[in-house]
Write a protein that binds this ligand. Structure first.
Ligand SMILES: [Zn+2]
Length: 160
C-alpha cells in the first residue's frame, strides 16, 4: 500500500483507492460510476456492483473516463483472453524478428561454401557458440548441420 494523499492510496494490486465513498473505495469504480454509469443509466440492465470496470490501456492508475469501460464479468474475461492471445502472437512475431536479426543466415540454405567453412571451424575445435556467431546461424542450426555432415561422411567414407 502506498499513500498518495490525505485519504487516497494505491493498493497492493496497483489500484488507486479513496476512502469515504459508500460502496467502493476504488477510484476507477467511482469515476466509472459517476461519469459513465449514472449518465448512461439506460445502457446498463444490472446494478453497478455486477459490473467490472476495465482499464483500456492496461494502466491501472489511468482513471481517465476515456480509459474506462463498464463491462460484465463474462465479457471482461473474454476481453482479457483475447488480449492474452494477441500478446502471444506479438511475442512469437518478436522472437522471430529478433532471431532473424541476430542470426541473419538462420533461414538460408547451407551452401557448399558454408558447409566447408563449418567443417573447418568444427575441426579447428571451435565451440558451437563461436561458430554460431561467425556463421550467423543459431546454435541449433549449427549442431544439426554438423550431425548431417558427419552422417554423410559415414555413408561415403572416401569423400572429405
Ligand atoms: Zn480488465
Amino acid at each position: 500500500m502506498e499513500r498518495i494523499g490525505y485519504n487516497e492510496y494505491i493498493d497492493d494490486d496497483g489500484y488507486k483507492r479513496k476512502k469515504q465513498i459508500k460502496y467502493s473505495n476504488l477510484v476507477h469504480r467511482q469515476v466509472a460510476y459517476n461519469n459513465i454509469f449514472l449518465k448512461n443509466r439506460n445502457n446498463y440492465s444490472l446494478p453497478f456492483s455486477k459490473y467490472v470496470v476495465h482499464h483500456v490501456d492496461g494502466n491501472k492508475k489511468n482513471n481517465a473516463i476515456s480509459n474506462l469501460i463498464i463491462i460484465t464479468r463474462e465479457d471482461h474475461e473474454k476481453l482479457h483472453m483475447a488480449k492474452e492471445r494477441q500478446k502471444e502472437i506479438d511475442l512469437k512475431k518478436l522472437i522471430l524478428e529478433l532471431s532473424k536479426e541476430k542470426y541473419s543466415n538462420a533461414y538460408d540454405r547451407w551452401t557448399t561454401e558454408a558447409d566447408k567453412e563449418l567443417s573447418y571451424l568444427f575441426h579447428e575445435g571451435r565451440t558451437t557458440k563461436d561458430i554460431s556467431e561467425l556463421l550467423k546461424r543459431s546454435g541449433g542450426a549449427i549442431w544439426s548441420r554438423i550431425k548431417k555432415i558427419q552422417a554423410r561422411k559415414l555413408e561415403c567414407p572416401t569423400s572429405s
